[in-house]
Design a protein around this ligand. Structure first.
Ligand SMILES: *Cc1c(COP(=O)(O)O)cnc(C)c1O
Length: 476
């Protein structure tokens, strides 16, 4: 039931203090003609309303959330505690910079740590999401070529195992996208890559580990091939959780990178935000970055480099996400960061191995932080699809893995357990996956109908996408 339907005229929970400024009424023409619809409710009912809503959603604090590519790891409470300190939470973006030096130091410090972790020389915290960081990185590549008078490079090479945002960002930046297929082992097909590059190649965008959960074994050769033809190499670092503190994109030959602070460095991000997708680069691209923080004579300044591509977001970016990420980095330290990566890889391989005798793995090899199963055969034999299994998981209190992605795998389920889950949680999830497989063989109809025990049951997803109800109908 919507809050508006629970509303009763005259009920409320506001006690406003008496007005201590002159009352100014708007002109007749600016006055609203329809009554304003605001729910009227007692504080107790209001509190229950939101608690009820919270119980209907599934978050990392409710249970296992193995949503591949999204790194839904537990966000330590200390991160939120730091982000709510008044000196961080209650500043205003228009404050003179000499009154927010501490906050600027936070930005300056995390830039330094992120450069150390990625092997880059500079970092800008402006972009508000991973895809936003990709867009920024591509503009850096474009600015670099144009600054050299090279306008012929119009193509960005994107392997077919890249995240879907990669080709989208390249197109947004005005490039045409050249897709390079993967070879049988799930890595970039080197011969096809060689055939695709040329004088018109502006660069390559590589998701590594890729969306199949595989680290490309030819990575050094790949960056060499691109550099030899005069292109630049972009590293989609949203999957850094698998490799942080162990290998560095900068050492693999990449010129530009973006990170997803809201994945790798915690911060809850279900439901679309908030995010932070810093863009990092090597020295030769630094002059093109959006705003950066610099330190001169013990004072921090927020400045645009000489040939900046311009600001991508108002003010400093999503500052409180950055505070959480810095807290996370400082808590883990340089021993904890690689340990988290190793545990993430171990957890994924443990699950993959315990499921491999029943479920078909898309690539039968050691994975990184996530693995992809293909349910094509199960569907052929039983009629039960990846979607049905995902819905069955919901009945067991488990958030489904990413479905039907990557698109190069049929009936794909992409599982990313993350490092923050215990062995008991993984064992339970494995048991549920195994039982669902058996249900598919014995009682497929039950899975076609699932979920049966959630607050909303099976939805018509096409109807929901084609005819969304976005406005409340007051006539009802
Ligand atoms: C999540 C993700 C992105 C996009 O990040 P957003 O913050 O959702 O825009 C890009 N690449 C990869 C590999 C990702 O997992």
């Amino acid at each position: 039931m919507l809050i508006f339907e629970k509303s009763r005229p005259g009920r409320g929970c506001t006690e406003l203090p008496p007005i201590d400024v002159p009352v100014i009424m708007p002109d007749e023409k600016n006055k609203r003609t329809l009554p304003m619809h605001m729910p009227e409710m007692s504080e107790g009912d209001l509190s229950r309303h939101y608690t009820e809503l919270a119980k209907k959603s599934h978050g990392v604090n409710d249970g296992f959330y193995p949503l591949g590519s999204c790194t839904m790891k537990y966000n330590p409470k200390i991160n939120d505690e730091m982000a709510s300190l008044p000196g961080f939470a209650e500043i205003h973006p228009m404050q003179p910079s000499n009154t927010v030096q501490g906050c600027m130091e936070v930005m300056h410090l995390i830039e330094k740590y992120l450069c150390e972790i990625t092997g880059m020389n500079h970092m800008s915290m402006q972009p508000a999401a991973g895809s936003h960081g990709e867009f920024a990185g591509l503009l850096l590549i474009k600015a670099y070529h144009e600054s050299r008078g090279d306008y012929k490079r119009t193509k960005i090479i994107v392997p077919d195992s890249a995240h879907g945002t990669n080709p989208a960002s390249a197109a947004m930046a005005g490039y045409s996208v050249v897709s390079v297929p993967s070879s049988e082992d799930g890595c970039v097909d080197i011969e096809k890559l060689r055939a695709a590059v040329g004088r018109d190649t502006a660069g390559l965008m590589l998701t590594n580990p890729n969306t199949l959960g595989l680290f490309d074994k030819n990575i050094l050769e790949i960056t060499d091939i691109i550099h030899e033809c005069g292109g630049l190499c972009y590293y989609d670092g949203a999957n850094l959780n698998a490799v942080m503190g162990i290998v560095r994109p900068g050492d693999m030959g990449f010129d530009v990178i973006h990170l997803n602070l809201h994945k790798t460095f915690s911060t809850p991000h279900g439901g679309g935000g908030p995010g932070s997708g810093p863009v990092g680069c090597k020295e030769h691209l630094a002059q093109f970055l959006p705003s950066v923080f610099v330190k001169r004579e013990e004072e921090f300044f927020f400045e645009k480099p000489s040939h900046s591509i311009g600001e991508l977001k108002d003010f400093y970016g999503n500052f409180l996400v950055v505070v959480r990420a810095l807290t996370y980095i400082l808590t883990l330290g340089n021993e904890g960061i690689p340990k988290a990566a190793r545990s993430a890889v171990l957890n994924a391989n443990y699950m993959m191995n315990r499921l491999g005798d029943l479920y078909t793995m898309a690539y039968d090899t050691t994975c990184m932080h996530e693995f992809v199963m293909s349910l094509s055969e199960l569907k052929k034999n039983t009629g039960v699809s990846a979607l049905d299994i995902a819905k069955g998981l919901l009945d067991n209190g488990i958030h489904p893995p990413t479905m039907y992605f990557p698109m190069i795998v049929g009936e794909a389920l992409m599982v990313e357990p993350t490092e923050t889950e215990s062995k008991e949680t993984l064992d339970h999830a494995i048991e549920v996956f195994r039982q669902l497989y058996k249900t598919a063989e014995t009682d497929p109809e039950r899975l076609h109908q699932a979920p049966a025990h959630t607050s909303v049951t099976r939805l018509d997803e096409v109807e929901a996408a084609r005819h969304p109800v976005l406005r409340y109908n007051w006539e009802l």
